[in-house]
Design a protein around this ligand. Structure first.
Ligand code: AMP
Ligand code: ZN
Length: 472
């Protein structure tokens, strides 16, 4: 396999530290609000990366954190505490907010057929590990105490800008007019490892530490959580492109200072989902900008979430992807036609195992070439046109769907345990919406809901006792 490595800015042959195994880490969500579909673009592409490794025969261990403490609204240690902001908005405790949005995140992931990583660790589980790492950094002279906080000293490094491409604009990330720079920092890019002097009087989550009661900085959590589960050497670290600086740059700084050696060999960054607002310049979709698009919103508008996965797979992860409903409608049309063509394949004949293997290898070569996911979809069309019997075609497509996960054959989805419950919940919510629409004499919406359910193989019937449903 080949992947583009942000460290070397080249597509490289993938060579893991340990033959046949991949140690993979993903920066998880900050759980103060719903994930928007931009965040989910990153998680979809990272899911495809993990599944492609597995498809190519690697034994993968993938770890992800949940940021439930310490992430201020600016990446540069300034601004509000995101979790506190969510708690205030919803009149809940920080832990209630974290639990609610963690569950919401995994429910969105299930709808998009994103597999849950092997290990998922909330930052609040690992406070002792953070404290230990900070103590070592202080002992080694890479950190200092100032103004009752602990900071990482970036001037101690031979090379801080390991990704090399930070320009002034990027360095200004998060520096806004309403926040003042932290005067305790010795160097502009120094960052907080542990806060005891919180500027938030009502800071909800605090822990005892050798430096006083406080809470960790954001970057330390990924360094610690990854080493806790994957050890000091890692193969691939992923995140959205905005994580490259300062987050990943700081993760590398503190981890390699702590271990004294190189940490992770390949850095995989997914470019942004962008929106064009009022016909103007395309800008990154973000949670802080108020209105943002969620999976639930797409569902309310009648889209099958898998269509959004298809939309993402049609374009390359290293290019910005512009979202519009027109573009999503196109993906929807393409998806429905593709599903129809596949369902028209007659499963006749015997599966030719050798042919399946041949096409399997073709997929690894094409998609495994820096995640060429659109080529993966093209290969499905190639299979449909190829000279092989129906049973073999379906077997190859089913095999490809282990990576694409577009429910191409049948209707299986990732979390099969609760897939039945989820379906019931979904159908019932759609029936309730339809009843409301009918009450409001909005028959167009009511009919659209019926059609949508029909498209998913659900037939609804209006009876005197109410609306019932069954699988077609
Ligand atoms: P957050 O919950 O803000 O920590 O973000 C979760 C993940 O989504 C991170 O890997 C971000 O880099 C990524 N991300 C944020 N905005 C976008 C976007 N517009 N498009 C793609 N990925 C994004
Ligand atoms: Zn991270």
């Amino acid at each position: 396999m080949k992947i583009y490595n942000s460290l070397t800015k080249q597509v490289e042959e993938f060579k893991p530290n340990e033959e046949g195994k991949v140690a993979m880490y993903t920066c998880g969500p900050t759980v103060y609000h719903f994930a928007h579909i931009g965040n989910l673009r990153s998680y979809i592409m990272e899911d495809v990366l993990e599944k492609t490794f597995r498809y190519a025969g690697y034994d993968v261990k993938r770890v992800m954190n949940i940021t439930d403490v310490g992430h201020l609204s600016s990446d540069a240690d300034t601004g509000e505490d995101k979790m506190l902001k969510g708690a205030k908005r919803e009149n809940k405790t920080v832990m209630e907010v974290a639990k609610f949005y963690t569950d919401a995140f995994f429910s969105d992931c299930a709808k998009l057929n994103i597999k849950t990583p092997d290990v998922v660790e909330p930052a609040t589980n690992c406070i002792d590990e953070f404290i230990h790492m900070i103590e070592v950094l202080l002992e080694k002279g890479y950190a200092y105490k100032a103004g009752e906080n602990v900071y990482f000293d970036t001037s101690k490094l031979k090379e801080y800008y390991v990704f090399g491409n930070q320009n002034e604009e990027e360095l200004m990330v998060g520096v806004r007019d309403d926040v003042s720079e932290d005067e305790n920092k010795r160097n502009k890019n120094d960052f907080v490892l542990w806060f005891t002097k919180s500027k938030f009087e009502d800071q909800a989550l605090k822990w005892d530490s050798p430096w006083g009661v406080g809470y960790p900085g954001w970057h330390i959590e990924c360094s610690c959580i990854s080493m806790k589960h994957l050890g000091e050497y890692m193969d691939v670290h992923c995140g959205g492109i905005d994580n490259m600086f300062p987050h990943h740059t700081n993760e590398i700084a503190q981890t390699e200072s702590y271990t004294g050696h190189k940490w992770c060999n390949y850095w995989f960054h997914v470019h942004h989902l962008v929106e064009k607002k009022d016909g103007g310049k395309a800008s990154k979709m973000s949670k802080s900008s108020g209105e943002f698009l969620t999976v639930s919103l797409l569902e309310e508008k009648g889209y099958d979430p898998i269509v959004y996965r298809m939309f993402c797979l049609q374009s390359h992860y290293r290019k910005p992807l512009t979202f519009s409903y027109e573009a999503l409608d196109q993906a929807d049309g393409t998806y429905k036609k593709l599903k129809k063509r596949i369902s028209a394949v007659n499963a006749e004949g015997e599966v030719a195992a050798e042919t399946v293997k041949e096409w399997h290898d073709k997929f690894v070569a094409e998609v495994g070439n820096d995640m060429n996911t659109s080529m993966g979809i093209t290969l499905v069309y190639d299979v449909l046109k190829a000279d092989m019997n129906g049973a073999t075609k379906l077997a190859v497509i089913e095999d490809y769907d282990k990576v694409l996960c577009l429910n191409l054959v049948g209707g299986q989805s990732e979390n099969t345990d609760n897939a039945g419950d989820e379906l019931t919940e979904y159908v019932e919510s759609m029936i309730a919406k339809r009843a409301e629409a009918k009450k409001a004499k909005d028959f167009a919406t009511a009919d659209a809901i019926r059609e949508e359910l029909l498209g998913k193989g659900i037939v609804i019937k209006d009876t005197r006792e109410g609306t019932t449903w069954e699988r077609a």
